[in-house]
Design a protein around this ligand. Sequence first.
Ligand code: 13P
Length: 287
Amino acid sequence: MLVNATNMLLKARDGHYAVGQFNINNLEWTKSILLTAQELNSPVILGVSEGAGKYMTGFKTVAAMVKAMDESLGITVPVALHLDHGTYEGAKACVAAGFTSIMFDGSHYDIEENVAKTTELVALAHDHGLSIEAEVGSIGGEEDGVIGMGEVADPEQCAKIASLGIDFLAAGIGNIHGKYPANWKGLDFDALDKIHAATNNIPLVLHGGTGIPEDMIRKAISLGVSKINVNTECQLSFADATRKYIEAGKDLQGKGFDPRKLLAPGAEAIKATVREKIELFGSANKA
Ligand code: 13P
């Protein structure tokens, strides 16, 4: 059932668990995530980055595929189709394309411009029944082989953005996208505590879910995190399972080259990763 993400995240906040956002890249990704959420009776958020949207030939294609697949598979758990790290233009395009939720990432603008653009997009999203996430403090990650450490968001700026009517807030607390480097200092729980205290109990979002140790995930949830984004970890498990299939020479046996066979181990591996995360985040049986 396609819905916006507001209610599922308010329920998660009040129930002290988090809903997973799993990013999608294609049909196999979408199917694996939807089937696992349904099996575990968990709400779920499908994240689409602008790059992945382009790869799938556009946001309209993505919305049409997700809507049709949700119906064809008879999915009854709440599913939100969410733009991940949207630009101002991308956010508008996703509203028009039929997404149910958007993120506007204005963290690289100065705070005044972030406020102005977020305010405008809150009105647009809510007029169309979508939920909206905004961001303060950019999330680092690997770019051109260099790992940028994430910023730690300023609680006052978080309070300002949270007061604009957004439904959930991403705030940098030393989290980064992709694999964490060996010298990573861990999440800044002091900062998270201050941000939580300053933002009127708004559901908080933890980006960069890949590779964060389980005890840190549990602690973050206890401090107000209600949505956790996972992308790289599904890519790694898909690639690993696909490599093993090919290295074992299975694509050379019988019709092992058939994409429905070749991609099956990767699709199963995504399911296992999503299952593990849903269980860790505590959203199983919360649909
Ligand atoms: P990872 O790729 O590190 O899991 O981060 C995902 C994310 O935060 C998407 O916005």
